[in-house]
Design a protein around this ligand. Structure first.
Ligand code: 26Q
Length: 844
């Protein structure tokens, strides 16, 4: 048989000279090439007769996987021997994106792989694009979890992640005449080279059943149905270290013996595999629609599945690592284990840990409670009432009868404690209790309250957000436990979000700082400040930005067919589509700009700064109002972009199917980005940090992490507008009283839409959300109208600043220079020190 590469696409040299031999720890180009060729031939996923980019990607990934597995084994062994306290990050979401560039970058073998692929007739840049995104998350919360893993590994912390291995990730978005369409994102269609299936790590997980009380008084959860959780480990390499940690993703499967061969042979195929198909449902999709009861039940099953499997695994490890033959010292559990809950989604780990300790390990309530509350901590990511999880008591009782008993007991004991120790707080019961039976027909469990009562630490994700938690949402608890509440301002990994996605700018930074240490010590970026006026740096900075803008323009043309001018101001808003994020404010601003442009004389138009407005993001499939916003952006684009009178002066582009990989193209090419949520509603935001780090200026409200970004980069370098969080309730009230007087420009923009300037689609329900005087979602709850004039005024400041290129470049350099604080390395160090109490455990 011919060797694979001899018959590949366009061989650059005589490929037959490259042996197909295994070099699992290869670091030089020749050995790497041989190892890639080895995988193409001996662990093929396709016919070995082909070596097109896709085949080359899988062979390359398999080769990188060799290096990862080696380090990952060493890390596990090292942690096992050292037995340090370890953190387990529980999250229903991880937005990992692609792994290849990140893996070879973190391992420091990018050049070797680029050279090796060249030898094999391929281009690294082209190969990495073959990889589908792993999108096991929605947005900020999932991406945060992924950035955290990168930092935990890089900081050599004994920590790892637990999640679910969804068969289909976040839906794929396409845009048609009707607006957003969703289709399944089959990221596992081919297979994932980055996971290691662990047939040795399997746990039973029970649903339904009943509670029996033994003669000893011990409760036992029995019967119901049992599935199995099977582990898939994804190695997470740190940057510039051997430490490689695990993201352990659980998959549900039915026990093998549950396949009924007799039924199958009898032709009853569906019955025979009944439990198998039930198991498949659990990890089928991220966020099953929950309009119906079935959807709610499935989501609850997913949450419990994650909690139960992870805790069994954590406890097994705790037992495995104790001194041989010694009894289990449960009081030491919290000095070996820290569990962090990413929002309330893994809350069931609280009653599940209690249940295991009491019912399986025979601890008493008090002892179990001490262990649980010293182990578990909770991060809150939202104050929006509709995003605070509530589960119906009926549903919990049916699916998890023993857990419901335990939750009720936690509630009862909490209320008794208040009654006896803080009788003055009894009037706060309604706010603080875990069980809410204000509607006796449908009592619910408030998961956030359960988390606050049962965690040793509760944190918000930006200073402003943490203060809102303390002053409003959790105010009553603060008087009970002031020490419990902390802030941990979010961060992003500088590896993915600067070093790898923006190599041009990275090289300039390294050159001027005379070190590349900033990649792991982002505060060093501050050193750029002294050069912010330097015209040589400014011109290098400008050319890097231009190169990235050109690349972005090409991408836009490829996915939308719209030609945008790289000399226009690139203005971007990318995030989940939500009314509180106010993409509607952005597009109404664009509509007003368009209308003005049309009314201008040719002479006036000459003074206008050309602008390309890009908006991207997915709307939840059942969120009708958000989908109308997507439709409006696309309709406006269709008119504006084809208006010959406007030309390059304005383009409005909707970027379809926004995801991590798309963000990696958009962010480096951005000049202005919009973070314009109604003040007090965005817990933190993390894309604001990514943009600022890449030298993009921000137009934004005093919300979430914007507040701290503005402080770090300097007030003069931030285009601030809008109401402040503490004014919002008063403004809403004034609105209810009919005191709001809209700005004429706002009326003009809305009327332009009403005039059907952008097509026949009926935008009445969307525009109506900006009218009226009362009620959630009506009466302009998100204050778009109130903030509009101040937004437009800030946009004029943007245009003026952009006319002065030197000034703009200086601001851009200062944005990057001021972004050091927003490294997830800083965030994770703070968690490690103040919440988890864990220390570095570096693999030699
Ligand atoms: C709630 C109830 C029922 C079903 C689903 C949910 C649900 C699901 C996902 C609630 C919230 C989420 C996701 C929230 C999220 O992504 N929050 C973002 O977290 C980021 C990281 O901290 C912050 O930067 C963002 O400000 C915040 O919106």
């Amino acid at each position: 048989m011919k060797s694979v590469t001899e018959i590949s696409g366009v061989p650059k040299e005589d490929l037959s000279s490259i042996p197909a031999s295994a070099h699992p720890t290869a670091e030089g180009p020749a050995e790497v090439a041989a190892n890639i060729k080895y995988h193409a031939q001996y662990t093929p996923h396709f016919s070995p007769l082909k070596f097109e980019p896709e085949q080359a990607f899988y062979a390359t990934a398999d080769s990188v996987r060799d290096s990862l597995i080696q380090r990952w084994n060493e890390t596990y062994l090292h942690f096992h021997r050292e037995n340090p306290k370890q953190t387990y990050y529980l999250s229903m979401e991880y937005l990992q994106g692609r792994a290849l560039t990140n893996a070879i970058g973190n391992l420091g073998i990018t050049d070797a792989y680029a050279a090796a692929l060249n030898k094999l007739g391929h281009d690294l840049e082209n190969i990495v694009e073959q990889e589908p995104d792993a999108a096991l998350g929605n947005g900020g919360l999932g991406r945060l979890a992924s950035c955290f893993l990168d930092s935990m590994a890089t900081l050599n912390l004994p920590a790892w992640g637990y999640g679910l291995r969804y068969r289909y990730g976040l839906f794929k978005q396409s845009i048609t005449e009707k607006g957003q369409q969703e289709s399944a994102e089959n990221w596992l269609e081919k297979f994932s080279p980055w996971e290691i299936v662990r047939h040795d790590v399997v746990y039973p997980v029970r649903f339904y059943g009943k509670v029996e009380v033994c003669a000893s008084g011990v409760h036992k959860w029995v019967d119901g149905e049992q599935l199995q959780a099977l582990a898939y480990d994804v190695p997470i390499p740190g940057y510039g270290t051997n430490n490689t940690i695990s993201l352990r993703l659980w998959e549900a499967k039915a026990p093998a013996e549950d396949f009924n061969l007799n039924e199958f042979n009898d032709g009853q195929y569906e019955n025979a595999a009944h439990l198998h198909s039930k198991a498949q449902q659990i990890c089928a999709v991220l966020y099953p629609g929950d309009a119906k009861e079935e959807g709610k039940l499935l989501r609850l099953k997913q949450q419990f599945f994650l909690c139960s499997a992870s805790l069994q695994d954590i406890i097994a490890r705790f037992k495995e690592r104790r001194v041989e033959n010694e009894p289990i010292a449960w009081n030491e559990f919290p000095s070996k284990v820290a569990v962090q809950m990413n929002d309330t989604h893994p809350t069931l780990s609280i009653p599940e840990l209690m249940r295991i300790l009491m019912d399986d390990e025979c601890l008493g309530w008090d002892e179990a409670w001490t262990v649980t509350t010293r182990t578990i901590a909770y991060t809150n990511h939202t104050v929006l009432p509709e995003a605070l999880e509530k589960w119906s008591v009926a549903l919990l009782t049916k699916l998890l009868p023993r857990h419901m008993e335990i939750i009720a007991e936690i509630n009862k004991r909490f209320l008794e404690m208040i009654h006896s120790s803080h009788p003055d707080m009894e009037n706060k019961f309604n706010n603080m209790c875990i069980l809410d039976d204000s509607n006796p027909q449908k009592p619910v469990v408030r998961m956030a309250n359960l988390c606050v009562v049962s965690s040793h630490t509760v944190n918000g994700v930006a200073m402003l957000h943490s203060n809102i938690l303390k002053d409003e949402l959790f105010r009553d608890y603060v008087s009970l436990w002031p020490e419990k509440f902390q802030n941990k301002t979010n961060g992003i990994t500088p590896r993915r979000w600067l070093r790898f996605c923006n190599p041009e700018l990275s090289a300039i930074i390294t050159k001027w700082l005379k070190t590349d240490q900033w990649v792991t010590n982002l505060d060093l970026l501050r050193g750029l400040r002294q050069f912010s006026d330097n015209s040589e740096l400014q011109s290098e900075w400008a050319s890097a930005k231009m190169a990235n803008k050109i690349r972005l323009a090409q991408y836009i043309f490829q996915v939308t067919g719209v030609k945008v001018n790289p000399n226009s101001l690139f203005d971007i808003q990318i995030k989940r589509i939500h009314e509180y994020k106010r993409q509607l404010l952005n597009i109404l601003g664009a509509i007003y700009r368009y209308k003005r442009l049309k009314e201008m004389s040719a002479e006036e138009r000459k003074k206008v700064v050309p602008r390309t407005i890009m908006i991207g993001g997915k709307a939840f499939a059942t969120y009708t109002q958000a989908k109308r916003i997507v439709k409006l952006v696309n309709d406006v684009g269709a008119v504006v972009n084809n208006d010959p009178a406007i030309g390059d002066l304005l383009k409005v582009v909707f970027i379809p199917n926004y995801n991590v990989s798309v963000a990696e193209i958009l962010i480096p090419g951005s000049e202005l980005s919009q973070h314009i949520s109604t003040a007090g509603m965005e817990a933190s935001g993390t894309s604001n940090m990514k943009f600022a780090l890449n030298g993009c200026l921000i137009i934004g409200t005093l919300d979430g992490a914007n507040v701290e970004i503005r402080e770090e980069i300097g007030k003069d370098n931030f285009f601030l507008f809008g109401a402040e969080a503490h004014d919002v309730p008063k403004l809403r009230k004034e609105r209810e009283q009919g005191l709001f007087v809209p700005d004429p420009r706002f009326e003009e923009a809305k009327n332009f839409v009403k005039s059907r300037a952008f097509g026949d689609y009926d935008y009445t329900p969307l525009l109506d959300s900006l009218e009226g005087n009362s009620g959630y979602g009506r009466g302009d709850y998100f204050l778009v109208g109130y903030d509009f004039p101040s937004y437009m005024e800030a946009q004029s400041r943007v245009d003026n600043a952009y006319k002065d290129t030197k000034k703009w470049m200086k601001m851009s350099i200062l944005s990057t220079a001021g972004s050091g604080k927003f490294s997830s390395d800083r965030t994770i160090s703070e968690y490690a020190k103040a919440i988890w109490k864990i220390q570095e455990c570096r693999v030699p």
